[in-house]
Design a protein around this ligand. Structure first.
Ligand SMILES: NC(=O)c1ccc[n+]([C@@H]2O[C@H](COP(=O)([O-])OP(=O)(O)OC[C@H]3O[C@@H](n4cnc5c(N)ncnc54)[C@H](OP(=O)(O)O)[C@@H]3O)[C@@H](O)[C@H]2O)c1
Length: 253
């Protein structure tokens, strides 16, 4: 396959909708970029965008998906930045623990925590020979720091992701400083995930009223705005290894 001059390579998970889809659109707008989306949608490859089909519950299949990426070392010789954004996420099950489904509990941890760890491991080996900086951005949530009634698995997985980010940052600073990793909370963004929250009963999720109010008062961010801000900050090297950021609190200068 004929790949144009390549400076920025992005791998982004969970790209069928919401923040992930907007991250792909924003990454594709960067000059000389190639975007690999990892999603449950049908595979395709066109110009500077490839979609690899992967269900992140199938953790045994994650390693193999790196073999389908068409970038060779020769084509990557001018890369200045290779980025993995672990964006895919699930909220379910939303309920007090006694009412949660076992399979959904296991899948929540699998998609929100286990998959980002495995993806980071294989991204490390895949991108290590490339020149330039390598960045891993883990999309976290305010729920990693504040307990929410009905979100035990989601909050635990995101808190685990925050700690994994800090531990891997220590490792990278010693093993290969060309790598950096950080966690970014995107704020409250108007996506299907927010719609799901608003559809809960107060018995499932005690703070549902707060999220209904956020929508009706028009304060939710748009996926396009949140995603383009994150990509701009990445391109300006505004993240530090081991950092945890709230996108809403970040100025752009
Ligand atoms: N929206 C917010 O206010 C908010 C706030 C804090 C943090 N976040 C975080 O931001 C990230 C994106 O959330 P969003 O609001 O854009 O959510 P969303 O609209 O629900 O999108 C979630 C994405 O994750 C994908 N995904 C879920 N399970 C998957 C699996 N097993 N394999 C592959 N892909 C899977 C979905 O793909 P399918 O179409 O295949 O299901 C979808 O593309 C998540 O990590 C979320 O926790 C969001």
């Amino acid at each position: 396959m004929d790949v144009p001059p390549l400076e920025h390579l992005f791998l982004i998970t969970g790209t069928t909708r919401g923040i992930g889809r907007a991250l792909v659109a924003s990454a594709l707008r960067q000059p000389n970029s190639f975007v690999v989306s990892l999603s449950r949608a049908a595979p395709f490859i066109r110009e500077n965008h490839q979609n690899i089909r992967i269900d992140l519950n199938d953790t045994d299949r994650i390693a193999g998906s790196f073999n389908s990426i068409p970038i060779q070392l020769k084509q990557a010789s001018r890369l200045t930045r290779t980025v993995l954004i672990n964006n895919a996420g699930v909220l379910d099950p939303i309920a007090p623990i006694g009412d949660c489904d076992d399979t959904l509990l296991a899948r929540n941890i699998q998609v929100n925590l286990t998959a980002p760890l495995i993806l980071t491991r294989h991204f490390f080996h895949f991108s290590k020979p490339f020149p330039g900086h390598k960045w891993i951005v883990n999309i976290t949530s305010g729920a990693s720091r504040t307990p929410y009634y009905g979100w035990s698995a989601y909050g635990a997985a995101k808190a685990g992701l925050d700690m994994a980010t800090r531990a891997m940052a220590l490792e990278f600073s010693r093993i290969d400083p060309a790598f950096g990793i950080c966690a970014v909370a995107p704020g409250t963004v108007d996506t299907a995930m927010q719609e799901k929250i608003r559809g809960c009963t107060p018995d499932q999720f005690a703070k549902v009223r707060k999220f209904l109010d956020l929508k009706s008062s028009g304060v939710l961010d748009s996926p396009a705005h949140a995603a383009s801000k994150l990509i701009r900050l990445l391109m300006r090297d505004r993240f530090e290894n081991g950092g945890r950021y709230d996108l809403r609190e970040m100025g752009e200068q």
